[in-house]
Write a protein that binds this ligand. Structure first.
Ligand code: PEP
Ligand code: MG
Length: 892
């Protein structure tokens, strides 16, 4: 018989942490904690397979499920000495979701389940606390009605607010047992009024309602969005964990909280977290009451006047420290934990690998390797390459003036500047319109996920370091300031007022998420520092990496940046990019629009010294590292003059009538410029262009060598080859020019000639081409276009629909289509190597900076990858991880 339910509790569990796919992260780790003998309230987990069954079978359950849940409930009842639905000693449970990958706040939870008009009295009697019992019951009605019955949360909040106002009360804690009884009656009446049916009293009906709601929440909008943003497959499904309730709201020796074994913002090795005395879980996250610090050190640093857990509950604190140490050592990673203290007894409700900022991830990985907890290779594997992006971007210049208007909590580091928006929909719309925005909310909820994604940064006026805004922003790597309480936000008026000033939507502010500052206007930013833990991880990565990493760069500034980021040469210098700047474009247009060779040569003569200077500068910066220079590959349409002014400008420079020039430009118009007169076709039709470029390269190399004493390593690359003959013709010109420059200058420059492999025919003909080409660089941008027949410039209009419907798993221009384009690359490699076994093989399309594609390039054995300078560290780390991945799989 299929097993759908796994129990845990009392130092034993049927599951374990390795069963994460089946039990979800939460269920697997609860089982693991139980197996470790930690204090975990007993319970059971309904597997993710039930979720898959549920959606595959019209929202029905497997037939055996009911009996297995009943048996598991009896098991929990036995361990707790209570009975589910028992009128004297009732067992109450929590029902929570838990997918394979953690999806914080995305799905639903129900606490205190099993309470009804009868069991609440038993709870009051057994706990000897009526107020606690009625408070729990009203929370249950509110949560269950919201999650399971669809009666919105705020309807209950309004009833409570009105009641408090009528009695002149401020805090929930001021309500008495009798007050809560009044609330319970009002809440139940509300449910009946909205639904036309009474609040369910049968605990079994309640339980199945909650289980159905949790499975149902797998497909709610926010979960769907979260999965899309985090590449979590829908097929994984969620598990449901049902667990005996423990109560953090049983008075002053009870509490509930969340904690991390290390600081998730900075990575410092210190227990870090927040808790609330006499409260239930949702109070901490909801940000309604300001949480207290766990350790005394953190309290002192925060300057809080509320006692830390270390002082308020010293025995519990000591036990908690023991448990958290044990968990971190057991999992060899920073843990994010939820706990509850019920009348002085600690209970662990959850543990999982904690989300952290990129900065913290680096520090923790380095520290843990130095502590001997993990190896250096583990440390390298731990870092998400994409997260490095956060560190490679600018921060606020500390020397610049800051007009600070408010200070909140430093919830997620980094800085951002943008226009204020007050709603997530607006954030998304403005971002689509190309504007940079800061999302300003009183607090965020999972419904704001798309707005947070669209914004540069997030500012909230309420909520702590573990509030929704803080947790989600850290996960996204966006700066966030939370709980900036002096700011008043008025959604209706679309204003935010603070320090006597009123800001409207569209006004610019800056936030510093590392310091918690809200600043008026724009503040200058500084380039990132690439030292410390970052440099150490990069060094460890380089030690295990096989592939070389180069950069795509044309300008001196980009080349310098690339070296700073650790590039080992230039893998692609797109010479056409050098032609856009300033007055060069006029000379380039002259060259393109010239009617004859004489006209072209005149224009080329103007370009030669400019190109020579450009190349000399690149060789100088790259000092002895290889520099791959690609001959001109201009999609013509990008260069043709369009406006009348542009035409007049070129006509004047060429001394021809504007009309004639306009006619020539019209003649050169192409319907499919990407498949038109570009790449080596230009050098075939007009050899003098490639000749000029070759001369500029060799003369530039001689110039750089004279200046620096270091011999440059030019690699001349011919674009868009479809046949060996093209390459032979162009190579002959290059070789001739090398000889000419050597004769003129007396300096012989060693160089190689190779080709882009970026058309399917070139992959198939790679053996022929390799007879001439000394290296290949796969141009996966064009190869993707031509293999899939999708123009990269026009793909936007339909690729989204293809991804949404699962036809393509990801955008093939971002992550290489391994089975299609990838196979062409493999064919090109195999055929090229057959003729020239030591051929140097690179890739310089956008995929050179994409971690998943890099893993593929490692597998197929490329020599190096080349990507934009900002992505070089990401590529170095990804290449190291890919090499380690193959080693672990026994393939390298
Ligand atoms: C490519 O096609 O992958 C490439 C690097 O060239 P470009 O993007 O300049 O066409
Ligand atoms: Mg190309």
């Amino acid at each position: 018989m299929a097993k759908w339910v796994y129990t845990f509790g009392d130092g034993k569990a049927e599951g374990a942490s390795r069963m994460r796919d089946l039990l979800g992260g939460k269920g697997a780790n609860l089982a693991e904690m139980a197996n470790l003998g930690l204090p975990v309230p007993p319970g059971f987990t309904i597997t993710t397979e039930v979720c898959s069954f549920f959606y595959a079978n019209g929202k029905n359950y497997p037939v055996e499920l009911k009996a297995q849940v009943e048996a598991a409930l009896l098991h929990v009842a036995k361990l707790t000495g209570r009975g589910f639905g028992d009128q004297k000693t009732p067992l109450l449970v929590s029902v929570r979701s838990g997918a394979r990958a953690s999806m914080p706040g995305m799905m639903d939870t129900v606490l205190n389940l099993g309470l009804n008009d009868v069991t609440v009295e038993a709870l009051a009697k057994n706990a000897n606390d009526r107020r606690f019992a009625y408070d729990s019951y009203r929370r249950f009605i509110q949560m269950y009605s919201d999650v399971v019955l669809g009666v919105e949360h705020h309807l209950f909040e309004e009833i409570l607010e009105q009641f408090k106002e009528s009695k002149g009360l401020l805090l929930d804690t001021e309500l008495s047992a009798d007050d809560w009884q009044v609330m319970i009656r009002a809440y139940k009446a509300k449910v009946e009024q909205v639904r036309g049916a009474a609040f369910p009293q049968d605990p079994h009906e309640q339980l199945w309602g909650a289980i159905g709601a949790v499975f149902g929440s797998w497909m709610n909008q926010r979960a769907v969005t979260y999965r899309r943003l985090n590449d979590i497959p829908e097929s994984w499904g969620t598990a449901v964990s049902v667990q005996a309730m423990v109560f953090g709201n049983m008075g002053e020796t009870s509490a509930t909280g969340v904690a991390f074994t290390r600081n998730p913002s900075t990575g410092a090795k210190e227990l870090y977290g927040e808790f609330l005395i006499n409260a239930q879980g949702e109070d901490v996250v909801a940000g309604i009451r300001t949480p207290q610090n766990i350790t005394e050190a953190a309290r002192l640093e925060a300057g809080s006047d509320k006692p830390s857990m270390e002082m308020a509950l010293p025995a519990v604190f000591a036990e908690f420290v023991r448990v958290t140490d044990m968990l971190e050592k057991h999992y060899c990673d920073m843990q994010d934990m939820e706990f509850t203290v019920e009348r002085g007894k600690l209970w662990m409700l959850q543990t999982r690998g904690g989300k952290r900022t990129a900065k913290a991830a680096l520090r923790m990985a380095v520290d843990m390797a130095n502590e001997g907890l993990i190896s250096r290779e583990d440390a390298v594997v731990r870092i998400d390459p994409a997260s490095l992006d956060q560190l490679l971007h600018p921060r606020l210049d500390p020397a610049a003036e800051r007009k600070i208007v408010a200070t909140g909590l430093p919830a997620s580091p980094g800085a951002a500047c943008g226009e204020i928006v007050f709603s997530s929909d607006e954030a998304e719309q403005w971002q689509h319109a190309g504007r940079k925005v800061i999302l300003v909310r009183i607090e965020t909820s999972p419904e704001d996920i798309h707005g947070m994604h669209a914004a540069q940064g997030i500012l909230t006026t309420r909520g702590g370091m573990t509030s929704h805004a803080a947790v989600v922003a850290r996960g996204m790597g966006k700066p966030c300031v939370s709980g900036a309480g002096t700011i008043r936000v008025d959604y209706e008026k679309g204003t935010m007022s603070v320090a006597g000033k009123v800001f409207k939507a569209g006004d610019t502010i800056t936030i510093d998420g590392s310091l918690g500052q809200v600043i008026e206007g724009t503040v200058p930013m500084l380039q990132p520092e690439l030292s410390g833990d970052f440099a150490i991880i990069m060094e460890w990565a380089d030690a295990v990496r096989r592939m070389g990493v180069r950069a795509n760069a044309e300008t001196e500034a980009d080349a310098r940046m690339a070296r700073k980021f650790g590039a080992e040469g230039i893998g692609l210098c797109r010479t056409e990019h050098m032609f856009f700047e300033g007055d060069r474009i006029v000379a380039v247009r002259e060259m393109i629009l010239a009617d004859d060779e004489a006209g072209r040569r005149a224009a080329l003569a103007k370009l030669l010294p400019i190109q020579r200077g450009d190349f000399a500068a690149l060789f100088e910066v790259m000092a002895g590292l290889p520099v791959t220079i690609r001959l001109l590959d201009p999609p013509l349409h990008e260069f043709l003059p369009h406006t009348e002014t542009e035409i007049a400008e070129v006509a004047a420079a060429m001394n021809v009538p504007a009309k004639r020039l306009a006619r020539r430009a019209a003649e050169l118009h192409e319907f499919n410029p990407m498949l038109g007169f570009r790449g080596c076709r230009l050098a075939i039709a007009f050899p003098e262009i490639a000749q000029m470029q070759a001369r500029a390269i060799f003369e530039g190399a001689v110039e750089a060598k004279k200046k620096t004493g270091v011999t440059p390593l030019p690699e001349i690359m011919v674009p868009l080859i479809v046949t060996k003959v093209e390459l032979d013709l162009i190579k002959a010109d290059i070789d001739a020019m090398a000889a000419a420059v050597a004769a003129e200058t007396g300096e012989t420059i060693v160089y190689t000639v190779g080709t882009m492999i970026e058309l399917p025919r070139a992959c198939l003909q790679a053996d022929q081409i390799a007879a001439t080409a000394e290296f290949f660089s796969f141009g996966t941008n064009d190869l993707t276009q031509t293999c899939l027949g999708i123009s990269r410039d026009d793909a936007g209009s339909f690729l989204g629909a293809y991804e949404a419907r699962g036809i393509l798993p990801t955008d093939p221009f971002v992550s290489i289509d391994q089975v299609g384009v990838g196979e062409l690359v493999e064919i090109g490699i195999a055929r090229g190597r057959k003729v020239r076994p030591d051929i140097k093989l690179g890739i310089c399309g956008e995929h050179g900076g994409d971690p998943a594609s890099i893993a593929f390039f490692e597998k197929v054995g490329l020599t190096y990858i080349s990507c934009s300078p900002f992505r070089v560290p990401i590529a170095r780390l990804s290449a190291a991880q890919a090499a380690l991945g193959r080693k672990a799989a026994g393939q390298a």
